[in-house]
Design a binder for this molecule. Structure first.
Ligand code: GDP
Ligand code: MG
Length: 485
């Protein structure tokens, strides 16, 4: 059974492709945080297993997700890398591809978002890219499933080749059309790589990749190498390379130099295989984006959006539905049940349990269901349309001043409407500490149901100036939040 891993930058459509290729359901969202845990599915046609890795920009990990992916590639056995590349952002995406190619594992590129690239007027010459990189490239639109059959066919063929190769004990280079493209990093680094590879024991997988990552300062790789190679030799090699690079090329640090070299080569490759045309007149998304992420208009636009959300939830749709439900429960359902109970000759105790207990209790909660439903609906819309990522970017600077991240803002605002969906909206925050803080703080937002309680108490105890006291209570709730924050 062939083990395939899906690797690619966040939001390139890995999960969408995973669903298309495995036929199993998985939540598709806009956050890299959604795919923190790894997901495994069976490829359609039973040709192997597919693992969905978290999104990563580089194999030099900065975030927890990236470290998960780096560790996976180093530790776990797998046969084939399916690199998902966003055709509309080819240059940025190839940065990861070049690093994956250095592993030397068989790799194919799923060139996704062809539709978006076309809209932007960017045409990628698939055959040219494939020739340049020496790997197979399959154009895809993962959202609609276009190209997935071709990809599955390619994977099935690869799986057969793999089985044959294992019986013939000659794996050779059956997967690539030619040698895969390796970025040449210049004399000094190449010499450093060669010297480091000579120091490595034979059981180290992907020696070239390990060496490049070591010089680039990848902490996971450094720790791993230190367990196999004398740390002093590693240190002196690193110092030698740093010094040589500084003297010969005037580069500030080795890792910057390596990244610059890689970027130069990628730019050259991209120039050779893309044709830029004028693109369809700026798409609707771009027009909306320009307002939604505007420096000044972004926040008013968002507040207006939230205003519409609450209007929709509490005035236009949610409340009328709640009233309808309330009318039904306390009207026909109540009288019907009363009639039935009378006919059955139920005693007054039973009647009291049913009317004062079940109808008043459960019914009182049930009437909130339409409002919560609509809030949930709108939150999924905000998440899936990608608006949440944009609000987070707009709010980031403001929220940072109180030590929180931009994504905290949405759960809190939603918390004004109802705390339950507010807390659920917090699941998209990647940092565990910030997520926990948001979950703790959101219940301190005075939700609409709590306002009813406030007005009850204020009406009873402070009937003279109830408005002032009510405002005070709401602020007290928020003040508690501020203290905790
Ligand atoms: P992941 O982060 O790499 O797992 O990406 P997802 O699979 O979650 O996809 C991110 C977003 O891109 C989702 O809203 C998808 O519907 C959308 N998407 C995925 N593939 C395509 C595609 O080929 N074309 C377009 N236009 N959108 C896509
Ligand atoms: Mg995903």
């Amino acid at each position: 059974m062939m083990e395939v891993v899906l690797a690619g930058n966040p939001n390139t459509g890995k999960s969408s492709l995973f669903n298309m290729l495995t036929g199993s359901y998985e939540y598709v969202g806009n956050w890299s945080g959604v795919t923190v845990e790894k997901k495994i599915g069976k490829l359609k046609g039973d040709r192997g297993r597919l693992t969905d890795l978290p999104g990563l920009y580089s194999l030099n990990p900065i975030s927890r997700d990236e470290a998960v992916a780096s560790r996976f590639l180093i530790d776990e056995p797998f046969d084939f890398i399916l690199n998902v590349v966003d055709a509309s952002q080819l240059e940025r995406n190839l940065n990861l591809t070049m690093q994956l190619l250095e592993c030397g594992k068989p790799l194919a590129i799923g060139l996704n978002m062809i539709d978006v690239a076309k809209q932007k007027g960017c045409h990628v010459q698939v055959d040219r890219l494939s020739d340049l990189l020496g790997v197979r490239v399959v154009p895809l639109v993962a959202r609609t499933g276009k190209g997935c059959d071709q990809l599955l066919g390619m994977l099935a063929a690869t799986s057969r080749e793999l089985e044959q190769a294992s019986t013939e004990a000659d794996s050779g280079n059956i997967f690539s059309k030619t040698e895969p493209y390796l970025v040449p990093y210049g004399d000094v680094v190449e010499e450093g790589i060669a010297r480091l590879i000579r120091l490595m024991p034979p059981e180290i997988r992907f020696p070239r990749w390990m060496a490049v990552q070591f010089f680039e300062g990848n902490p996971v790789v450094r720790d791993l190498l230190a367990a196999h190679v004398d740390p002093e030799q590693l240190d002196s090699l690193l110092r030698w390379a740093e010094l040589e690079i500084a003297q010969r090329d005037g580069a500030r640090t080795l890792s910057l130099y390596i990244r610059k070299k890689r970027a130069e080569h990628i730019a050259m490759l991209v120039r050779q295989c893309t044709v830029q045309t004028r693109g369809e007149a700026s798409s609707l998304t771009e027009k909306i984006d320009r307002i939604a992420t505007h420096k000044f208009w972004g926040i008013p636009f968002f507040l207006f959006f939230m205003y519409l959300t609450f209007k929709l939830t509490f005035e236009w749709v949610g409340s009328p539905l709640s009233d309808l439900l309330d009318g039904f429960i306390n009207g026909p359902l109540r009288s019907g049940t009363g009639w039935l109970l009378d006919r059955m000759g139920a005693g007054s105790l039973i009647q009291a349990v049913i009317f004062d207990g079940i109808f008043a209790g459960v019914g009182g909660v049930l009437v909130f269901v339409p409002q919560i439903f609509i809030l949930f609906f709108i939150i999924s819309f905000i998440e899936d349309s990608g608006y949440m990522a944009r609000i987070a970017a707009v709010m980031d600077r403001l929220m940072e001043t109180v030590g929180l991240n931009g994504k905290t803002f949405i759960p809190m605002i939603i918390g004004f409407g109802c705390n339950v969906p507010g807390i659920m909206a917090a699941r998209t925050i990647e940092q565990p500490k910030e997520r926990l803080l948001t979950i703790i703080l959101t219940p301190l937002m005075s939700c609409s149901a709590r306002l009813t309680v406030y007005s009850l108490f204020v009406g009873i105890f402070f009937s003279g100036s109830s408005g002032v006291y009510c405002a005070f209570l709401v602020c007290a709730g928020n003040r508690g939040r501020a203290c905790l924050g």
